[in-house]
Design a protein around this ligand. Structure first.
Ligand SMILES: C[S@@+](CC[C@H](N)C(=O)[O-])C[C@H]1O[C@@H](n2cnc3c(N)ncnc32)[C@H](O)[C@@H]1O
Length: 289
């Protein structure tokens, strides 16, 4: 056994303290994250909720549970994101499978879902999510609007396989299509709404070499020198494919709102606005045809 492994079964509290100490040694993991993740991983191993581990701190782990916990903590300490270790992430209250083929859905993207829901009317028939990844946005919107025709695309087929499994798991009807942004959609009917959380990080951004991003697919993250390549293309392609009064909603970087609003205006969109995320950063910009 290595110096980091334990011969005696640890109590829940001891296991958490050990897990925390291991995780905090990784400079990309903050103290709050280390505390939360040590608890989260132990809950997964013991198949209990946080209330259980807080209520029964003296309970001892079995040897297999302890070994399992140690192996998960080791993976996390090495930098692997918790969502990839566990194979899922919660989004919009839904447990979504994620793999190395998909971006890990972020809480900020729920803002895009909220804003989309505000603009879906009883007359809305058809909506498309471009670059669906795990299917997060499309599945959340389909769950809330079972009568809406929801289409979701991604350029990468293995990503769509994960998204399809998630849609099946949550029993929502979404049509998945592999294509480059809107190129497969030459025909009518036009969309009532187009939503996308496209890649929007600058290709040379140092941030790509840090934390969870190092493990996520680069095609899901980076988009040209200014990060705006995908957004520019989506804005141009969307306008002719929207119904009159149809909406385009885009997630973007905290410092891209002005550029995105100006691209929307150039293309002819009106009622343009930007919505802030939980940290009060500009995060979603939208416009109406
Ligand atoms: C930032 S991720 C968003 C994933 C998901 N919508 C979410 O919010 O969690 C961007 C997604 O766009 C996809 N993508 C990249 N280039 C694309 C293209 N040219 N056409 C369609 N999808 C593309 C990537 O594969 C990735 O799944």
């Amino acid at each position: 056994m290595s110096a980091h492994q334990h011969t005696d079964e640890l109590s829940i509290n001891q296991a958490l303290a050990w897990g925390y100490a291991q995780l905090i040694a990784n400079k990309h993991i903050s103290s709050d994250e280390a505390r939360f993740e040590a608890q989260h991983l132990l809950c997964e191993v013991l198949k209990v909720n946080r209330a259980h581990i807080l209520t029964w701190p003296e309970n001892r782990l079995t040897q297999p549970a302890q070994s399992h916990y140690e192996s998960l903590i080791k993976e996390r300490k090495a930098g692997k994101p918790v969502a990839y270790i566990l194979g899922y992430r919660e989004f919009w209250g839904l447990k979504l499978g994620v793999t190395a083929e998909t971006l890990i859905p972020r809480p900020d993207t729920e803002i895009l879902v909220t804003e989309a829901l505000k603009r879906i009317t009883p007359k809305s028939k058809q909506l498309i999510d471009l670059g669906t990844g795990s299917g997060a946005i499309a599945i959340a919107l389909a769950k809330e609007n079972p009568k809406l025709i929801v289409i979701a695309t991604d350029v990468h087929y293995p990503t769509l396989t994960v998204a399809k499994n998630n849609a099946n798991l949550h029993q929502v009807k979404v049509s998945f299509i592999q294509c480059h942004w809107l190129e497969a959609f030459e025909t009518l009917p036009k969309f009532d709404m187009i939503v996308s959380n496209p890649p929007y990080i600058e290709t040379e951004d140092q941030y790509l070499q840090q934390g969870d991003l190092r493990y996520e697919p680069i095609r899901a993250l980076a988009s040209g020198d200014d990060g705006l390549d995908a957004i520019k293309q989506i804005i141009q392609e969307s306008y002719p494919k929207l119904q009159s009064k149809g909406w385009l909603l885009l997630e973007h970087g905290y410092n891209q709102a002005e550029a995105v609003r100006s691209l929307l205006a150039q293309e002819g969109f009106c009622h343009i606005e930007t919505i802030k995320d939980f940290a009060q950063h500009d995060r979603v910009s939208l416009g109406q045809k």
